[in-house]
Design a protein around this ligand. Structure first.
Ligand SMILES: Nc1nc2c(ncn2[C@@H]2O[C@H](COP(=O)(O)OP(=O)(O)OP(=O)(O)O)[C@@H](O)[C@H]2O)c(=O)[nH]1
Ligand SMILES: [Mg+2]
Length: 243
């Protein structure tokens, strides 16, 4: 995925295991590890547009929250339930590779929405947001929610000019995700643990998930919710309206 979009900005470590020595030896004992470091800085262009986006949002007093998660963790459901419960004026930028399915779900709530389709791209970038904002025209003193492409890796790396990233993890994904995908949990200010209604049926320990997430980001603020049955949503809405 990242090979095609080129979104790995830091120094990926590629370990090549090449067979060597006695060809009759067991292959795992004869591998020679080599490490190749590749340095890239593909983010400087993105960051300068993100800076302009942030200045625009600040000038118009628009709070911008960037929802990031794996596919299917419940971003759109969480958004529609948030929109139904809050008194804030909300507008939405939807990001997906294909379809306007999520934009239609947001539109059904009566909320202003723009869909961005990234094609083969696995994340939104600051330029996409700048163009989407021109169409969306969010009101001054409002909140704009961005639903990023479902992907727990690349969206962590791209500053969109947002006020904060919100990572959503659902209990069906496994409690080790903060350890396996630390960049996302490091970049986020808020962590929503969703699908709490399914907790009794899955092998997911809340304490483990939170401990691993706090190891990469001690400041992370958690909300445990079920976007489907509304449990925990009041606490989240209180935070949204107070911050
Ligand atoms: N049981 C349960 N199901 C949920 C909850 N939240 C979302 N779902 C279901 O999970 C599935 C995916 O939800 P979406 O809101 O489409 O997830 P998403 O993160 O927006 O998905 P993508 O945009 O494709 O990445 C749907 O079938 C939802 O009904 C929840 O709190 N509990
Ligand atoms: Mg969605």
């Amino acid at each position: 995925m990242c090979d095609s979009c080129g979104c790995e900005p830091n120094a990926p470590t590629i370990t090549i295991y090449s067979p060597g020595g006695d060809k009759h030896s067991h292959i795992e004992q004869t591998h020679t590890p080599k490490q190749i470091q590749v340095q890239r800085d593909l983010l400087s262009g993105n960051n300068s547009i993100a800076k302009r986006n942030r200045a625009f949002f600040s000038d118009h007093n628009i709070k911008v929250l960037n929802l990031v998660s794996s596919p299917g963790s419940g971003k759109t459901t969480f958004l529609t339930e948030t929109i139904k419960r809050t008194t804030q004026t909300i507008s939405v930028i939807e990001g997906d590779q294909q379809t306007a399915n999520d934009a239609k779900r947001i539109k059904a709530t009566g909320t202003k929405v723009v869909q961005v389709n990234t094609g083969s791209g696995c994340h939104l970038d600051a330029g996409m947001i700048a163009r989407a904002i021109k169409q969306l025209q969010p009101e001054d003193n409002s909140t704009c929610m961005i639903e990023n492409v479902g992907n727990l890796v690349c969206p962590a790396l791209f500053d969109l000019g947002e006020s904060a990233k919100i990572v959503i993890i659902s209990v069906t994904e496994g409690d080790d995700k903060p350890e396996k995908y630390p960049a996302m949990f490091h970049a986020a200010k808020i962590c929503i643990i969703n699908k709490m209604d399914l907790l009794p049926y899955v092998n997911f320990k809340l304490t483990t998930c939170k401990r691993l997430a706090r190891q990469v980001n001690p400041e992370l603020i958690f909300f445990e919710v079920s976007a489907i049955n509304g449990a925990g949503m009041t606490k989240w809405i209180d935070w949204l309206e107070d911050n």
